[in-house]
Write a protein that binds this ligand. Structure first.
Ligand SMILES: Cc1ncc(COP(=O)(O)O)c(C=O)c1O
Length: 442
């Protein structure tokens, strides 16, 4: 096996006997708390009985058929997501198997939509010269990660993009980050940031060249960063002004992670395209792109020129539908919000106690303790230091070795992202352990 993003001679996976709820049981008798929710995929915890039962029932009838046939689970899942996502439920959903594949479909779909509008439907933007056959540029941001396929990596600012350079896909432009002390316009600055973006869109050819803006509503892998107040709302206005599609990547933040089904709901925006993955299928690789009606209708008479095997996998859809039911029936959104408040209070204490904790950021059960670099305004690991050993790796090793808590070592801070089924007692214990780790570092 090749381990993801790692030197292989360090690869020593821990042998697992079983999993349950928030816990991983190993063959050598350890009981490890998964503080990263298995790559943020198991929001409902490991082996939730209702989801396992739905999967078993689905396997009795249809596991997979192509989209020339209708399977009730897949159809119901499309309907459910269309209703749950903000805005009118007149949407269309495309299914695939990973966040990156969903990002590819969103980018490709958005470009095809613009092609339909401009070339086929002869929708020319007044007073703008037609310099390109059709718009193709996507604007994303430096502190972002959208996946490891070629276009998704090309859209990502994360240093993992460098592995694909110089052969990144063309047509991706980076806008400044927003939120947190490390963003170029400052933590709370919205207007300067967006007036720069307005300038950028114009310089890139405006509506005739740019398709849309792709953002994580709350930045994930690149250090959990919340948008400053008003940013996403004004970003939506800017997209409307230029007739661009607002594409929101909820691969990590969706499925209740932040205390709402979609993180964008905290900001009252209605994206044109929403990307989902990870926790959607819980135990099955299942991802989705939810396109709004404006987009979807443009394919009635035109080709949606995209597709792949296993699109709309019935077993994955059954797991996803049952996971959504669990979120609502077990009140996990409200629970995530209340557990998140406990985390926030304790983390605030730690920022006061330790000089080297620069700040904390998070929402619901999606938190990072940001460690200061050379100053409070520089991150503990600059982009150019992504692959150097640093304090985050030391702390994560200490938590695993001393406290049996598993949290990633390669993020831009200490990752506190437990399954949504975590209870108050476990939260208290986790934070005592994090406090102990910070004390050791101190
Ligand atoms: C916001 C976001 N988008 C896309 C992806 C890619 O998802 P996958 O690893 O399932 O391809 C990730 C993965 O971390 C992500 O965080």
């Amino acid at each position: 096996m090749l381990q993801c993003w790692a030197k292989q001679n360090n690869y020593e996976p821990i042998e697992v006997r079983s999993t349950e709820g928030c816990w991983i049981y190993t063959t050598d008798g350890r009981k490890i708390f998964d503080l990263r929710s298995a790559h943020e995929c198991i929001n409902i915890g490991f082996r939730h009985p209702k989801v396992l039962q739905a999967m078993q029932q689905q396997m009795e009838s249809v596991v997979y058929v192509t989209d020339d046939f209708a399977s009730p689970s897949t159809a119901k899942l499309a309907q459910r997501l269309s209703e749950l996502a903000p805005g009118s439920s007149e949407k269309k959903v495309y299914f695939c198997q990973s966040g990156a594949a969903a990002v590819e479909a969103a980018i490709h779909g958005a470009r095809l939509h613009k092609y339909n509008q401009i070339v086929l439907d002869k929708k020319f933007i007044p007073d703008a010269p037609q310099q390109y056959p059709y718009p193709y540029k996507i604007i994303s941001r430096y502190r972002s990660w959208h996946g490891a396929t070629n276009a998704a990596t090309s859209a990502s600012g994360d240093p993992r993009r460098w592995f694909t350079e110089p052969l990144t896909a063309p047509g991706f432009i980076f806008a400044p980050d927003a939120g947190g002390p490390h963003s170029p316009f400052g933590a709370d600055e919205v207007d300067k940031n967006l007036s720069y973006l307005d300038y950028l869109i114009e310089q890139e050819g405006g509506s005739n060249a740019v398709v849309g803006v792709l953002v994580e509503p709350i930045v994930g892998s690149n250090g959990i960063m919340l948008p400053p107040t008003g940013y996403l709302e004004k970003l939506q206005d800017l997209c409307s002004k230029w007739e661009l599609l607002l594409i929101v990547d909820e691969t990590m933040t969706g499925m209740g992670r932040t205390g709402k089904m979609f993180a964008c709901e905290h900001y009252g925006i209605e994206p044109d395209v929403i990307i989902m993955g990870k926790a959607l299928g819980a135990y099955c690789p299942m991802a989705a792109v939810i396109f709004n009606s404006k987009f979807a209708n443009s394919f009635d008479e035109n080709y949606f020129g995209h597709g792949q095997s296993y699109s709309g996998h019935a077993l994955g859809a059954a797991a996803a539908l049952a996971s959504i039911d669990v979120l609502f029936e077990d009140h996990l959104l409200e629970h995530a919000e209340s557990m998140g408040k406990l985390i926030e209070d304790r983390l605030h204490e730690m920022t006061k106690k330790y000089d080297f904790v620069s700040h904390i950021q998070g929402l619901g059960l999606f938190w990072t303790v940001h460690i200061a670099g050379e100053s409070a305004n520089t991150p503990v690991r600059r982009a150019t230091e992504k692959y150097q050993e640093n304090l985050v790796a030391t702390i994560s090793k200490y938590l695993l070795d001393q406290h049996n808590i598993y949290t990633p070592s390669d993020k831009f801070g200490i990752w506190i992202v437990p399954p949504l089924v975590v209870n108050a007692e476990e939260v208290d214990w986790i934070l005592n352990c994090v406090d102990d780790a910070l004390d050791q570092v101190d």
